[in-house]
Design a protein around this ligand. Sequence first.
Ligand code: TTP
Ligand code: MG
Length: 350
Amino acid sequence: MPLVLFLDMDYFFAACEESRHPELKEKAFVVGTATIARKEKGVVQTCNYEARKFGIRSGMPTMQALKLDPSLVYLESDDNFYEQVSGKVMELLKSYGFATEVISIDEAALDIGDMDYAEAESLARKIKGKIAKELGLPCTIGICAGKVYAKIVCDSAKPDGIKVLRGEDVKDFLKGMKIGSILGVGKKSEDRLRKISVSKVAELAKMDPNVLIDMFGDFGKELFLLANGIDDSKVNPNYDEVLSIGRERTFDSDTRSFAEIERMAGILSDEVHMELGKKRMWFRGISVKARYSDFTERIKNKKISNYTDSVDTLKSNAVSLLRDITSGRTVRKIGVRVYMLEKMGGQRSL
Ligand code: TTP
Ligand code: MG
């Protein structure tokens, strides 16, 4: 099994703010979605570790955070800036040349292959040092065979850590973990398992796999294997951004309406198509992205059978891919992108 290096930025939005306002470092502060004037109405997106000392956490109403620390500093979230910084982090990671999967705005997984553990740890040190030096940001890195395990290892080493977990130590390490630490186990699945008195990975490991398959389908099988020390999850590299054209936009307020998503997909497809026209290019790959209200993201890609410049093809595919990844979810932002690009009039035949 190849090793996976999993990186998650520490208190990301707040760290971005500290990097441009170093005077914030000594203060406890939060980043929230509401404007400063309406700060009590909003929710904490994240906060620095000074604020965490008071028990303040992501997702907490700002009002409650202010009660925990009345001298708390409040900053309004600046999405564009965090995305720009995220882009730089991802670019730096990709420059190492390993297959890289961008998982969310502040997480990525690298397939570092059959490296030995000492070599992997020294690579992690190099990457962490480079991010600190070039971007002034802290991060944590977990290394293990399998993407899901590497993420759990990373979470367990936070903040500002590097941790390598050897294959033979996985089972022991997992024993005491809560099932929520497994990538993909959301609140709903966690609640369903809690109802049958399963809250620890060790309890999950002892379940009858058929019961899990009945409850969760294929994912149930995956869960059973994960709980028992088998992680088959692979790094799925995102296509190269340089060779793609994309547009994304945040909704004015989070939405569950597919009509609204469809309308936005139409607008974004038109914009992408316009850009393709300017560059005189055809596309074959279509990719969509959804960011949910909890800030996790999903990307879905599709290759069509031939190169085209049809905006209708782009729209209909984008809409159907978005339907797959947004149904039943509250959506904050969507993106439409084309890849596998070819200059119009090129010689490519299929
Ligand atoms: P996380 O990586 O979950 O959190 P974090 O980077 O702030 O802190 P940690 O050191 O524990 O990794 O999320 C990344 C960013 O996503 C976070 O900085 C802000 C945003 N976010 C929200 O806006 N709302 C949320 O509820 C969460 C969890 C994150
Ligand atoms: Mg983070």
